[in-house]
Design a binder for this molecule. Structure first.
Ligand code: GRF
Length: 196
């Protein structure tokens, strides 16, 4: 798993326990002070830091991240609040094996400020998207989406809190389905047997 911040989605996957049907073999961050690394250490999972500033460019950073992932023996990559854009090498090395969670209903409000942007736009509904990562940011095939209503008086904190409640339920379900081989892809169309 790759994280840059709090790692509450990492925690949700940890809390799923055996139901996840997958082992988290490495938590990697670009930030040494990411609280997600603390959560990993607390759970006895190897935690690694690959700093952006230690690398000449995006390509070198991406190679270092991918090498660490491969070195840990990971078969797939779960992004949760990882705030660095990886080069195409990552998708080439892990094709349809990188998942991301985004706090809007893509393709609406891509980018790092999705919650603020949905409020600024005056949207009435936003939500959560889990998707495969491709060469473009917040663009790959959609696996699952859940709506979240925007309420009168919402600010970014209150809206993000409700979005995160949905994330913490949805991401473990998707990762479990992926680990069990219950997710298939044809072009941009993802078939997923959602749990009943
Ligand atoms: C989540 O809201 C996710 O959608 C976005 O970054 C946030 C990460 O939160 N990509 P956390 O670090 O898992 O708490």
């Amino acid at each position: 798993m790759l994280v840059s911040g709090s790692g509450s989605n990492l925690q949700a996957l940890l809390d799923a326990g055996d139901d996840l049907g997958a082992e988290i073999v490495l938590v990697l961050s670009d930030k040494a002070d990411a609280y997600g690394l603390e959560r990993a250490r607390g759970a006895g999972i190897p935690a690694a830091v690959v700093r952006w500033a230690d690398h000449a460019d995006r390509a070198a950073f991406t190679t270092a991240v991918c090498d660490a992932i491969q070195g840990a023996g990971a078969e797939a990559v779960v992004l949760a609040g990882f705030m660095r854009i990886l080069s195409a090498e990552a998708v080439e090395r892990f094709p349809l094996r990188i998942l991301n969670i985004h706090p809007s209903l893509l393709p609406s409000f891509p980018g790092a400020h999705a919650v603020e942007d949905s409020l600024a736009h005056g949207a009435k509904v936003t939500g959560v998207t889990v998707h495969f990562v491709d060469e473009q940011v917040d663009h790959g095939p959609v696996i699952a989406q859940r709506p979240v209503l925007i309420e009168e008086g919402d600010d970014a904190d209150s809206l993000h809190a409700r979005i995160q409640q949905v994330e913490h339920q949805l991401y473990p379900e998707v990762v479990a389905a992926f680990a069990a081989g219950r997710i298939t892809v044809e072009g941009r169309t993802v078939h997923w047997e959602e749990p009943s």
